[in-house]
Design a protein around this ligand. Structure first.
Ligand code: UD1
Ligand code: CA
Length: 471
């Protein structure tokens, strides 16, 4: 394929209202696979090595601009400029607003902020078809073309795009529609935009009218037709959003299975971010992965787990109904689980939980901002917050770290080989010396010496022949 050397500027139309979403949130900020619709489009633009992205905002402009400004990743690769379109007088009017931001030497790719699943490779082919001198359109055949602009050809040659509302009965029978995506030389685009009028059924400035100007100017109009409808499907309603979500997830599931991941049911997996899997990973039904999740070789994930921003070591088993909610990848809040660990069922790993190899975390155990060294175990009903736990520590059922005094958080240090009985309260800051034992039911407020048995509870008394009160 020819490599295009012209700089690419991407214009994303995102000023429309999205009435049919029936939401206060601007349409392009609704999430698909955990990312705003508009973010998908911006991330695709990033894959084109675009020189800049111009986002045309209108409805909800402040929110849309703020959301993108805070988004991470691909956005950092190029200039992202916002242009306001107020009021919204049509797609041609929208792109007119971008003209001051566009240099003459580039190819402009026009995208919509509510069409999230266009693939970069498709756009590369469209850019190649434009080649810096032609008007390249991305059409598709739809069995039901209602509502779309029709591609009107004479013989094979594209003559115009006629909007549905302006189309004759004969034109409405055309099944080849315009997807809303084009690539066009910037200088040509600017000249054509200046010639638009709104003498049409909707009283709007139609971007699609530039096709007839191209024809009139003798500029070739090429159609790069695709057949994958998913790539051009827009989101106008919650129903369409859910359909695209399913389609996206299905695609993700297939990609994972092609890498060797075993999914109990590809229809019951949700990846809202980036899921990296080693060899022989298996995932049971109804699991949700968010942010950056890495599963090492042979990891098994039970049914109904939610795993956010975590790295899980090789051979570890996450039993059903476990909730892992790590903070930003690479930050101190990320969650790490070492190799050969057992977690769950019904476990909760919160930000900053770092479990070493072969750690066991059982049912109804919550771990937050704590490090557990190799082989440490907390198997039932326990809380570890702001704790440093040594190797092979055994942490009894019902025990907690009292890490918060109402104003400050304090650390609990449990050295290697300590055994904590059941129902203990470890009042931080406190250090439990290596190899020590804490009797069940103890409230520990002072450091304990290594190797000692520490008991901090009322001594048991028994009163002989005790008579219960009687009526
Ligand atoms: C447009 C095309 C139509 C094509 C269809 C594909 C025109 C005139 N028609 O239809 O040929 O088949 O897309 O979906 O271009 N927007 C703005 N400002 C505006 C109007 C729209 O930013 O003033 C944005 C919308 O938010 C949306 C995109 O442009 O992201 C497309 O607008 P929409 O109203 O969906 O396009 P149609 O006119 O229906
Ligand atoms: Ca539309």
């Amino acid at each position: 394929m020819a490599v295009n050397l012209d700089p690419v500027d991407v214009v994303i139309m995102a000023a429309g209202k999205g009435t049919r979403m029936k939401s206060k949130l601007p349409k392009v900020l609704h999430l698909l696979a955990g990312r705003a619709l508009l973010q998908h489009v911006v991330d695709t633009a990033a894959q084109l090595s675009a020189r800049q992205v111009v986002v045309i905002t209108g409805h909800g402009a402040i929110e849309v601009e703020a959301a993108l400004a805070y988004s991470t990743g691909a956005t950092a690769l190029f200039d992202i400029n916002f242009v306001r379109q107020e009021p919204q007088l049509g797609t041609g009017h929208a792109v007119q607003q971008a003209v001051p931001a566009l240099r003459d030497d580039g190819i402009v790719v026009v995208l919509s902020g509510d069409v999230p699943l266009t693939q970069a490779e498709t756009l590369r082919q469209l850019i190649a078809a434009c080649g810096g001198e032609k008007l390249a359109l991305l059409p598709i055949d739809f069995a039901d073309p209602t509502g779309y602009g029709r591609i009107v050809r004479r013989g094979d040659v594209v003559q115009a795009i006629v909007e549905h509302k302006d189309a004759t009965a004969g034109q409405r029978a055309i099944s080849e529609v315009y997807s809303g995506i084009m690539a066009v030389p910037a200088a040509r685009l600017k000249a054509w935009l200046a010639r638009l009028d709104n003498q049409n059924a909707q009283g709007e400035y139609y971007l699609t009218d530039i096709v007839k100007f191209a024809v009139a100017d003798g500029v070739p109009v090429v159609a790069h037709k695709i057949s994958d409808a998913l790539q051009v499907e827009g989101v106008n309603s919650p129903v369409q959003l859910a359909e695209l979500e399913r389609a996206f997830q299905a695609r993700t599931a297939v990609q994972l299975m092609e890498q060797g991941v075993r999914l109990a049911d590809p229809a019951r997996l949700d990846v809202r971010g980036d899921l990296q899997c080693g060899q022989d990973v298996s995932i049971d039904v109804n699991c949700v992965f968010e942010g950056q999740v890495t599963l090492g070789e042979g990891v098994r994930i039970g049914a109904n787990c939610v795993i956010v921003n975590a790295t899980i070591g090789a051979g570890t088993v996450i039993h059903p109904f476990t909730h892992i909610e790590g903070g930003k990848p690479g930050s101190k809040d990320a969650v790490e689980v070492g190799a050969g660990a057992l977690v769950g069922p019904f476990a909760r790993l919160r930000p900053g939980a770092r479990l070493g190899a072969e750690v066991h975390i059982g049912n109804f155990v919550e771990v937050k901002n704590s490090t557990l060294a190799r082989g440490a175990k907390a198997n039932h009903l326990a809380y570890l917050g702001d704790a440093t736990v040594g190797e092979r520590v055994n942490y009894g059922a019902g025990s907690i770290t009292a890490n918060y005094d109402g104003a400050f958080k304090h650390r609990t240090v449990i050295e290697a080989d300590v055994h904590i009985g059941s129902n203990c309260v470890l009042v931080a800051p406190v250090t439990l010396g290596a190899g020590g034992t804490v009797g069940g039911g103890s409230t520990i407020t002072k450091d304990t010496p290594p190797g000692a048995l520490s008991v901090a509870r009322a001594k048991q008394v028994s009163i002989a022949d005790w008579k219960r009160p009687a009526k």
